[in-house]
Design a protein around this ligand. Structure first.
Ligand SMILES: Nc1ncnc2c1ncn2[C@@H]1O[C@H](COP(=O)(O)OP(=O)(O)OP(=O)(O)O)[C@@H](O)[C@H]1O
Ligand SMILES: [Mg+2]
Length: 402
């Protein structure tokens, strides 16, 4: 089994860096050799840990290392030939050099290369725990689901394409005014795809890798996290905990912050309905910024209490829903232990599927591609609800389980 790997992701400013650093300190305090890795190009891990960190692991306590991956350097190392080739291509098309260089880096690509650092740590086997502070949004994790397609491409298409291009190069040089990719470009692409396939295997290893979604109890933040959760499930990445950070404490129930607290309590309901049965870890808004050892350890004390005493444990072991789709139909499979058929009621509103089981409510955000799908049939068997969707323009939006 590889080192325990935990990825913290979530919207901007919700507390990913603080929670990641707090988790890492806890792991280190328990004697695990731990590295906390920031893959967010806008690093703030140094500030959080109050230690100047470099591009490779820097010691910052007993059993603790911190690392701010230098995206640019990683990029140059892994993607140089492709960048050069694309840069030439664009420059020849009249795009100025600086813009051309910017354009050779697709969005999300730099973080992707930073994430490859996780793979390197797995290969080196130097750490017991790898805690990753990801960039905002789950976009990069979505990019990582691409290896499924990539490995097929690598095996089936790539060798042919490469052979064809090599054969065509001498002829094309005379006929076309665009440079064809060189062998070095293919080497880069091939290495990248292989790395991504390896990365994907690491990320899908549910015995040691999980994602934790960090959010604040604000409506827009929760909604975006629900979308991310949907994709994580869809791609088979295990989410083992939800972190709700900066919850206003009971002291705020009166006075200026009272309406805020009121609204937050409502959002907490949505959180429970949207992410169940994944455990929810809660931390209050502390009275000052979370920086340095003392504040980080306080945050850790709040997060990791009786519900989840050991931050390195896999706090939840199952992917909580399954969605398979093909040819305009989709099948959602959802365990609802303890429910009985007669109690289940479904309703789809926009992209949200609301499932009522007696007094309980579960809210499932469907992927954007299912906007025009309608629930057509539902069955409940051995504690699992199955809902079949079909693409449609008009039709029933509410249905009872049959
Ligand atoms: N529970 C908390 N109580 C008080 N302040 C907090 C709490 N959690 C985080 N903060 C503060 O909020 C700010 C944002 O936190 P942090 O940098 O951890 O968020 P982030 O999600 O990593 O942000 P970014 O998306 O910009 O990387 C920081 O100043 C941090 O000290
Ligand atoms: Mg951060």
């Amino acid at each position: 089994m590889g080192p325990r790997t935990i990825l913290y992701t979530g919207k901007g400013g919700v507390g990913k860096t603080s929670v990641a650093a707090a988790t890492a300190r806890r792991c280190a305090a328990a004697g695990l050799d731990t590295v906390v890795v920031s893959t967010d190009p806008a690093h703030s891990l140094s500030d959080s840990l109050e230690t100047e960190l470099g591009g490779s692991p820097t010691a910052c306590g007993d059993h603790l290392w911190g690392q701010e991956v230098q995206a640019q350097a990683e990029m140059e190392r892994h993607w140089e030939a492709v960048q050069e080739w694309m840069g030439d291509l664009l420059a020849e098309r009249g795009v100025d050099r600086i813009s051309a260089e910017e354009l050779t880096v697709p969005p999300g690509m730099d973080e992707l290369f930073s994430l490859l650092e996780i793979k390197r740590h797995h290969e080196e086997d130097r750490f017991d725990a790898i805690i990753v502070d990801c960039a905002p949004t789950g976009e990069t994790l979505r990019l990582l689901s691409f290896p499924d397609v990539a490995s097929w491409w690598l095996e089936k298409v790539f060798p042919w394409e490469r052979r064809l291009i090599s054969a065509a190069r001498p002829i094309a040089r005379g006929l076309l005014d665009i440079p064809l990719p060189s062998d070095a470009v293919f080497d880069d692409v091939q290495r990248l795809v292989e790395n991504l396939v390896g990365m994907n295997a690491i990320l899908r290893d549910r015995s040691s890798t999980s994602v934790r979604l960090v959010m604040n109890p604000d409506r827009m933040v929760v909604k975006e996290s629900m979308r991310t959760f949907t994709y994580l499930n869809l791609y088979g990445y295990l989410t083992d905990a939800i972190v709700v950070n900066r919850v206003l404490p009971a002291e705020a129930a009166e006075g200026y912050f009272a309406p805020w607290r009121e609204a937050q309590l409502e959002q907490m309901e949505l959180v429970r309905s949207a992410f169940a049965p994944v455990p929810v870890l809660v931390a209050p808004a502390l009275e000052r910024e979370v920086m340095g050892a003392e504040m980080l350890d306080r945050l850790a004390d709040e997060l990791f209490d009786d519900v989840a005493a050991d931050p390195w444990a896999v706090l939840h072991e199952e992917i909580s829903r399954e969605l398979v789709s093909e040819n305009g139909t989709a099948l959602l499979r959802l365990p609802l232990p303890g429910a009985s058929k007669a109690d289940i009621e479904l309703k789809k509103i926009g992209l949200e599927l609301v499932i009522r089981v007696g007094p309980h409510k579960r809210t499932i955000m469907l992927p954007a591609t299912m906007a025009s799908h309608r629930p057509r049939a539902a069955s409940f068997d051995e504690g699992t609800l199955e809902v079949r969707f079909e693409r449609d323009d008009d039709g029933v939006t509410g249905q009872r389980a049959s």
